[in-house]
Design a protein around this ligand. Structure first.
Ligand code: NAD
Length: 248
C-alpha cells in the first residue's frame, strides 16, 4: 500500500464506522508529544551517553541497581509531569464509540488510563509501579530514602514493574492481546516501530484474521507495506481527525 496523502480515505472512515471490535496497539510514539521520549530518540542531559538497551536489562540491574534506579527516577519525573495528548484522548473517544474496544500498549507511562481509556492491556508493565522480585508482587516502597528502594514486606531491593529487554512478557496480558488481535475487525497500530517482538506480531495476527489494519506513524515501518491503510503522520494530528470524521 503506498503512503497516503493527508486527506483520510472514505473507505477507512466506513471501515471504522462499521467495525464492532476495534483493537489499538500503541508504542512510545503516541506519548512523544506529551514529552515522554521514545527509546530511539536521543536521550537528553545526564543520560545522553547511555544506551537504553544497556539500562533496561536484568544484567544492568544486577551490575548497578543504583544507576538503573536513577535512570528510572529521571523517567518517572518525566512521566509524572506528562499529560495525555490529543492522540490518547482520541483513542479514549474510539472506546466510547464502538461496541468492543481493547487498547494494547507497549508504553509504561499510564497516559492512556489518564486520558480515560478503560480497557487497557499493558504489555510491558508500568513505570510508576515497583515490584518485589523475590515475592513477585507489586508493592509500595518502604518510604525510606535509598536506592534501590526496599520491599516493605521482606526488605529485598525492589525493581520497576516493567518488562526489560530479554525478559518474557506477562503471559495473561500477551494472551489477552493476541486474542483481541485475532478477533477484531479493525486494528490500529499507532506510534510503534514494529521492531520489538512479540508486540510487533499482533498486527500480523489481525491481518491473518482478515481485519482491516491501519498504521499511523510519521515514518515507514516494516508493517507499512502490509497495512490496508498506512497513514503517514503524527498520532496527535491524525487520530482526532479520524475520530471526528467517523463519529463526529
Ligand atoms: P520505538 O521507540 O521503537 O518507536 C517509536 C515509533 O513512534 C517510531 O516508529 C516513530 O516513527 C513513531 N513516532 C514518533 N513520533 C510519533 C508521533 N508523534 N505519532 C506517531 N508515531 C510517532 O517505540 P516502541 O515501538 O514503542 O518500542 C520500544 C519500547 O520502548 C517499548 O517496549 C516501550 O515499552 C518502550 N518505551 C516506552 C515509553 C513510554 O511508555 N512512553 C517511552 C520509551 C520507550
Amino acid at each position: 500500500m503506498p503512503d497516503l496523502p493527508p486527506e483520510l480515505p472514505t473507505e477507512l472512515i466506513e471501515a471504522l464506522s462499521d467495525a464492532r471490535r476495534v483493537v489499538a496497539l500503541t508504542g512510545s510514539g503516541i506519548s512523544a508529544e506529551s514529552g515522554v521520549p521514545t527509546f530511539r530518540e536521543a536521550q537528553t542531559g545526564l543520560w545522553a551517553r547511555y544506551d537504553p538497551q544497556e539500562l533496561a536489562t536484568p544484567e544492568a540491574f544486577a551490575r548497578d541497581p543504583e544507576l538503573v534506579w536513577k535512570w528510572y527516577a529521571w523517567r518517572r519525573g518525566l512521566v509524572g509531569r506528562a499529560l495525555p495528548n490529543a492522540g490518547h484522548t482520541a483513542l479514549a473517544d474510539v472506546e466510547r464509540s464502538v461496541p468492543e474496544f481493547c487498547l494494547v500498549t507497549q508504553n509504561v507511562d499510564g497516559l492512556h488510563q489518564q486520558a480515560g481509556s478503560d480497557h487497557v492491556v499493558e504489555l510491558h508493565g508500568n513505570l510508576l509501579r515497583s515490584r518485589c522480585p523475590v515475592e513477585n508482587v507489586t508493592v509500595e516502597p518502604d518510604g525510606a530514602d535509598h536506592l534501590p528502594p526496599l520491599c516493605p514486606n521482606c526488605g529485598s531491593p525492589l525493581r520497576p514493574d516493567v518488562v526489560w529487554f530479554g525478559e518474557a512478557l506477562p503471559a495473561t496480558e500477551l494472551e489477552a492481546a493476541s486474542e483481541a488481535a485475532r478477533s477484531c475487525d479493525l486494528f490500529l497500530s499507532v506510534g510503534t516501530s514494529g521492531l520489538v517482538y512479540p508486540a510487533a506480531s499482533l498486527p500480523y495476527e489481525a491481518l491473518e484474521s482478515r481485519a482491516t489494519v491501519v498504521e499511523i506513524n510519521p515514518d515507514r515501518t516494516p508493517l507499512s507495506p502490509h497495512a490496508d491503510f498506512s497513514l503517514r503522520g503524527r498520532a496527535e494530528e491524525i487520530l482526532p481527525r479520524l475520530v471526528g470524521a467517523t463519529f463526529g
